[in-house]
Write a protein that binds this ligand. Structure first.
Ligand code: SF4
Length: 329
């Protein structure tokens, strides 16, 4: 279906993809993933010690060891990217753990070293809202004047009960304070959501997307919770206290979430990346193309698109619940 009501369609996609962004920019921008040796306040004892119950390696699955100098990590990443695209340019993605969790001089040194590397034309900084102070954000504001900059904020869910179950270590108010402080400074924000967290209903996940949509972030990443080897989530799963969503449930849910997100928000991810060797469940997440294809087909079949119910999120949630009762979601 070609939808002329959806201004961000690209290659018949019915959501606002990174591919559309790249086309509008005139060149393709990749991400070069880094582990710059940070830790996390939810691991080192300042907020908690166990970390989020799904955490394994602080999400730095594709990064090199933190001991490898940042310049070498980026050179390796650029060589990898240029094998498929000789003209590749990239943002340095500070991915592993909490990448604003250090004194400002250390952050300045790391970010600026990354920006001096060949082929790097910006930064994406993954962090938690409770690891952003005013001094750091003021510096990020200066930085975004001279380079491409995105702050990636993990939220996962708006529901406080779930936040306690997953041992996230901060509440929604802390997220909102950081979000607003970044927005006031004009910094591009990408919010992360996870579907299939323990104890969450589909309505709750849809509410998280609808809530975030109303904040109009520049970008969103959504993925399914991965049960990884060696994490507390693995124990819950093995003890049959946790049931992951099926692929079809996930696909239909994501389509509903896309409907309540604003059309201008770039969808940077709809499937997760995890180490396949460590993935315990759900195994269907390893076939990303099938998930993405299912999302495209479902949007097309429903004759819907990202943002269709953005202004009327309550209507969409009611509609979703009615559909679920009829067994079609
Ligand atoms: S915030 Fe990230 S790095 Fe820290 S414990 Fe949670 S998942 Fe792990």
């Amino acid at each position: 279906m070609i939808n002329y009501d959806f201004p961000y369609a690209y290659e018949n996609k019915l959501y606002h993809t990174l591919a559309f962004e790249n086309q509008a920019r005139g060149y393709k921008l990749y991400k070069a993933s880094l582990d710059a040796g940070f830790t996390c306040p939810n691991l080192d004892g300042s907020k908690g010690t166990g970390g989020c119950i799904f955490c394994s390696s602080g999400s730095g699955y594709f990064t090199a060891a933190p001991e490898v100098p940042l310049e070498n990590q980026l050179a390796t990443e650029m060589a990898r990217l240029r094998q498929k695209d000789p003209e590749a340019r990239a943002v340095a993605y500070f991915q592993a753990h909490t990448n604003t969790y250090a004194p400002l001089p250390r952050l300045q040194e790391l970010y600026e070293r990354a920006l001096r590397c060949e082929g790097i034309c910006g930064l994406a900084i993954g962090t938690r809202p409770d690891a952003l102070n005013a001094e750091t954000m003021d510096y990020l504001k200066e930085l975004k004047e001279c380079t491409l900059l995105t702050v990636e904020l993990g939220l996962q869910t708006i529901h406080e009960r779930t936040a306690r179950i997953i041992n996230r270590g901060y509440n929604l108010q802390e997220f909102m304070e950081a979000y607003k402080a970044l927005k006031i400074r004009g910094i591009r924000i990408c919010v992360h959501l996870i579907n299939g967290l323990p104890g969450e209903t589909k309505q709750m996940m849809l509410e998280s997307a609808a809530y975030i949509g109303q904040l109009r972030p520049e970008a969103v990443k959504i993925h399914m919770l991965h049960v990884l080897r060696g994490t507390p989530m693995e124990t819950l799963y093995r003890e049959k206290k946790y049931r992951p969503l099926s692929r079809d449930e996930y696909i239909r849910l994501v389509c509903c979430q896309l409907e309540v997100l604003p059309p201008e928000t770039v969808i940077e991810r709809l499937t997760g990346d995890g180490k396949k060797e460590d993935l315990v469940a759900p195994l269907w997440t390893a076939d990303k193309l099938r998930v993405l294809g299912g999302i495209d087909q479902t949007l097309d079949r429903w004759e819907t698109w990202q943002g269709r119910y953005f202004a009327g999120r309550e209507t969409r949630i009611r509609d979703f619940l009615n559909r679920e009762k009829r067994g079609s979601v």
